[in-house]
Design a protein around this ligand. Structure first.
Ligand SMILES: O=C(O)CCC(=O)C(=O)O
Ligand SMILES: [Fe+2]
Length: 206
């Protein structure tokens, strides 16, 4: 799987701004295969939770999207994870970060769905270092991702989901939200993680 991007642009954007927005990140065939995969597993999308594992709670006042965690059950999922593995290696080479893992899920937002302002990670309480979002379809209106300036209520950037656009940002640094959706909106949300073993227990996936 070849990365269709200006060499290193996402790395320099991350270094300079803490985030990157790259259009047409991967081959169109991968984007198409991922959205086909979403249609196939449609009945298996579940209401998204907040928190992890035993702390997982479903709170529809915060988010109403539905998700499906990658389980390697399709070639599209495997190809996407391989592409993100290349990015993980590049991030480690460039930033000396020791990212050891990437976890991701499909997300489906239907008419009226939203995800209120939140951080994906809190200092010392999470091992998520970078958030990624890859958009699988283009929406005409609604469902924008709004990223706020660090420690501020001002908007840094508003992103209209477009098939093939890849967004990446520092998970602890940027509060963000998904505005109420009008058109159906499909994406892959994922996180590069570092290993933060708590009380000697290696942090489990998800
Ligand atoms: O879909 C997006 O644009 C962002 C989703 C998000 O913030 C999340 O899943 O944590
Ligand atoms: Fe998020």
């Amino acid at each position: 799987m070849s990365l269709n991007l200006i060499p290193g642009r996402y790395l320099t954007d991350i270094e300079t701004h803490g985030y990157a927005v790259i259009e047409n990140m991967f081959d169109e065939t991968l984007t198409n295969a991922l959205i086909e995969d979403c249609y196939c597993i449609n009945p298996n999308f579940k209401s998204a939770g907040i928190g992890r594992q035993q702390d997982l709670q479903i709170d529809k006042s915060i988010r109403t999207d539905k998700t499906f965690w990658f389980d390697g059950s399709s070639q599209a999922q495997i190809d996407y994870q391989n592409a993100l593995e290349d990015i993980r290696v590049n991030l480690n080479r460039y930033f000396f970060l020791g990212l050891f893992d990437y976890e991701c899920h499909y997300a489906k937002y239907q008419h009226g769905d939203f995800y209120k302002k939140h951080y994906d990670a809190f200092k010392g309480r999470s091992n998520r270092v970078f958030t990624t979002v890859f958009y699988l379809n283009t929406v005409q209106s609604g469902g924008e991702l709004v990223i706020y300036k660090p420690k501020s209520k001002d908007v840094e950037i508003t992103i209209q989901p477009k098939a093939g656009t890849f967004v990446m940002f520092e998970s602890e640094r940027f509060m963000h939200e998904v505005l109420p959706t009008i058109d159906n909106r499909y994406s892959v949300a994922g996180w590069f993680r570092k290993n933060t073993s708590i009380s000697g227990v290696i942090d489990p996936p998800r």
